[in-house]
Design a protein around this ligand. Structure first.
Ligand code: NAP
Length: 336
């Protein structure tokens, strides 16, 4: 037996309990000792049944967790994405599909990787797999104050954006994005229509929008941005990634007719598993080279119930480290 975090009902939070150790089923499967697993947005949504990939309660019980850093029986460290089963990564051990894992250098900072991969992957994959992003292009990150948005600012800059405009509500976090590469800041605080007008003034010339908000902020910003554009025949690509401000947005038909405007999404389903996997090594290298700053907070798995019921923070990324429960010698650092 071993400890894991288990969801038995979508209405109640997960519980920390003992479960049977998982067994590999096929030639591509292997058991890993979980070294670090991040509590991402997706994982919270998975645990309360609200994620778009969630099944009804017939999918319960489940162990949440979608990715992590683990150690194989031969001692090698890997970053892995959990298979599509109900046995996730918030456990002392889990089964991985070796085809969905990549090797890590020995001594790699497991916490940094577990904290960064998911929030960073959205912008990284969107810019590398969903569009043909070119150096020198201008980018607006809508929802830049969230943990994925903060990564998107850094990634756009890393990929050669000539200007990154960061838009978000939290003033302090917005200001902090200057040090992470944002050239222009647009506050989304206060009246949403006024915020849309500010975007029209500041972001009319961007080539790409990386949108974590959707809902009214996206809906209201599109027309002012397109109408203020100096050349509406120049392409503007809006990449829909998250929907923290609303699952739907009414797109004015004129937006699609009167400008060279493309709207597409990026996420699980619009990019193949092989597409994601192909991006892992370069992203891991950027993380280990310290090119992406993250604020990760480590937590023993036994504290999962407490952590889950506390409000989530875009400032920090919680990383469960099962080794902390057994008092093992875990000496990962957290970095900003
Ligand atoms: N498709 C993918 O591949 C992918 C990958 C990762 C994440 N996502 C999605 O991206 C979204 C953001 O994820 P995250 O990890 O960055 O979340 P997060 O760290 O919790 O940040 C969410 C941020 O959204 C902002 N926000 C919430 N409601 C808002 C509103 N009405 N108007 C303006 N800002 C609002 C808040 O900013 P303030 O603090 O400034 O208020 C908050 O910091 C989620 O929907 C997530 O599921 C998608």
């Amino acid at each position: 037996m071993m400890h894991a975090v288990v969801v038995r009902s979508y209405d109640k939070g997960p519980v920390y309990e003992k479960v049977e150790e998982p067994q590999p089923q096929g030639p591509h499967e292997a058991v890993v000792e979980v070294l670090a697993a991040g509590l991402h947005h997706y994982v919270r949504a998975q645990a309360d049944g609200s994620h778009y990939t969630s099944k009804d309660s017939s999918g319960l019980p489940l162990i949440p967790g979608i990715d992590g850093v683990g150690r194989l029986a031969d001692g090698k460290m890997v970053y892995f994405v959990a298979p599509d089963t109900s046995f996730g990564t918030m456990a002392e051990k889990t089964v991985i599909d070796l085809r969905r894992s990549v090797p890590l250098p020995e001594g790699a900072d497991a916490v940094r990787i577990a904290a960064t991969m998911n929030p960073a992957m959205s912008a990284w994959v969107a810019l590398r797999r969903r569009i043909h992003f070119e150096q020198g292009q201008k980018v607006l990150v809508l929802g830049a104050t969230g943990s994925s948005g903060q990564m998107a600012v850094q990634i756009a800059k890393l990929m050669g954006a000539s200007e990154v405009i960061a838009a978000g509500r939290d003033q302090e976090r917005l200001e902090s994005l200057r040090a992470r590469g944002a050239d222009v800041l647009v506050s989304l605080a206060g009246d949403i229509g006024e915020a849309a007008a500010r975007l029209g003034e500041a972001a009319a010339e961007v080539d790409v929008v990386i949108d974590y908000l959707w809902g009214k902020p996206a809906e209201l910003a599109m027309v002012p941005m397109l109408m203020k554009r100096s050349d509406r025949s120049r392409s503007l690509t809006w990449i829909q990634i998250g929907s923290v401000a609303g699952a739907s947005a009414a797109i004015p038909s004129a937006a699609l007719r009167s400008a060279n405007f493309q709207l597409l999404g990026s996420g699980q389903g619009s990019v193949t598993a092989a597409g994601y996997l192909a991006e892992f090594p370069a992203l891991i290298e950027a993380i280990l080279d310290g090119k992406l700053q993250v604020h990760a907070v480590t937590c023993p798995l036994s504290k999962a119930e407490e952590v889950w019921s506390a409000p989530s923070s875009a400032e920090q990324r919680i990383v469960f480290v099962p080794g902390l429960d057994s008092g093992a010698n875990v000496k990962f650092i957290w970095s900003r």
